[in-house]
Design a protein around this ligand. Structure first.
Ligand SMILES: *[C@@H]1O[C@H](CO)[C@@H](O)[C@H](O)[C@H]1NC(C)=O
Ligand SMILES: *[C@@H]1O[C@H](CO)[C@@H](O)[C@H](O)[C@H]1NC(C)=O
Ligand SMILES: *[C@@H]1O[C@H](CO)[C@@H](O)[C@H](O)[C@H]1NC(C)=O
Ligand SMILES: [Mg+2]
Length: 272
């Protein structure tokens, strides 16, 4: 896709933001190794690759699958050659479609449960790339190909201009209407509370039971440890976690993970 088209894509998708300076590499050309695939699995090969010519995107798509399934862990940046692929994915329909499947399954799960309606049933939502989308930020920072810059990212957080991920906002509204209370549990720091609360409200998350941010006692701890500990406190306070949704495995692993976990896509960064 040409840069100009991408520009118009972004401006349509993210009406709230200006994207002044996109540097997206030209279309990548992958060179597959000289594969010798046994006859019996030929039928598994995509037709377009039958002659062993390049299949643009195939390798990055395998990388993304491995990332989403937690098979590749501990990575710091998106491979440079996948910048274009990840950018297309995040800005295109596939990301939205994938997110919708997650939200739909979450609602299906909730509807399948006999809710007590006692005000103690909660849904735990992560914030970044779960309820709010930082796509306007990442679109100008290489879609995760450049190392995380906390200064730049925190400036963006303080602006409070992240749009909602529409599929999560729709789920949020459905959950509220079923009498489930909302808890936001985020790795954002306690001193980002005001900006985060204002941002959530501005984009439609008008109410919640708790907004839990990472306080200094957790500094140096992993997200798994921090979030497990906070979920444990919630359960000790008598809440029951009906569902737990995040874009990182570290939102969903550990203890007190709730009756079900739901993983949203995020091929842009990894948090342990
Ligand atoms: C990180 O972001 C800040 C603020 O935008 C910028 O001044 C700084 O140069 C960036 N650091 C790196 C290593 O890119
Ligand atoms: C957050 O907002 C409250 C009141 O709205 C204010 O008293 C407090 O100083 C603010 N905190 C920060 C860190 O800006
Ligand atoms: C949720 O999980 C707990 C603990 O596994 C279980 O006791 C409870 O029955 C589950 N509730 C629902 C509604 O599935
Ligand atoms: Mg997140």
């Amino acid at each position: 896709m040409k840069i100009l088209q991408l520009f118009s894509y972004i401006s349509t998708l993210l009406a709230t933001s200006q994207v002044p300076d996109l540097h997206i590499p030209n279309q990548i050309h992958l060179h597959l190794p000289d594969l010798h695939i046994p006859n019996q699995i030929h039928f598994l090969r995509p037709l377009s690759g039958a002659g062993l010519q390049d299949i643009p995107g195939l390798s990055c798509s395998s990388w993304r699958l491995a990332v989403e399934t937690n098979n590749i862990i501990g990575w710091e940046t998106v491979p440079e050659e996948c910048a274009n692929y990840v950018g297309h994915y995040m800005l295109g329909q596939q990301y939205r479609d994938d997110s919708k499947v997650v939200a739909d399954q979450a609602l299906l799960h909730t509807n399948s449960i006999n809710l007590a309606g006692d005000g103690k049933e909660i849904w735990v939502f992560d914030v970044d790339e779960t309820t709010l989308s930082n796509l306007p930020y990442y679109a100008t920072h290489g879609f995760g190909t450049t190392p995380y810059n906390s200064t730049a990212f925190n400036e963006w957080v303080e602006e409070g201009k992240a749009p909602a991920l529409p599929e999560s906002l729709a789920l949020y509204k459905n959950l509220l209407s079923l009498g489930i209370k909302i808890v936001f549990l985020t790795g954002r720091l306690e001193d980002q509370r005001n900006a985060t609360a204002a941002n959530l409200k501005n984009v439609g998350y008008h109410t919640w039971e708790k907004l839990i941010l990472k306080d200094s006692s957790y500094s140096g701890k992993t997200a798994v440890a921090y979030k497990s500990s906070e979920r444990k406190k919630l359960e000790e306070d008598g809440y029951r976690i009906i569902g737990n949704m995040g874009d990182q495995w570290s939102d969903l692993l550990g203890t007190n993970t709730g009756n079900r976990t739901f993983k949203l896509p995020d091929p842009m960064y990894y948090i342990s």
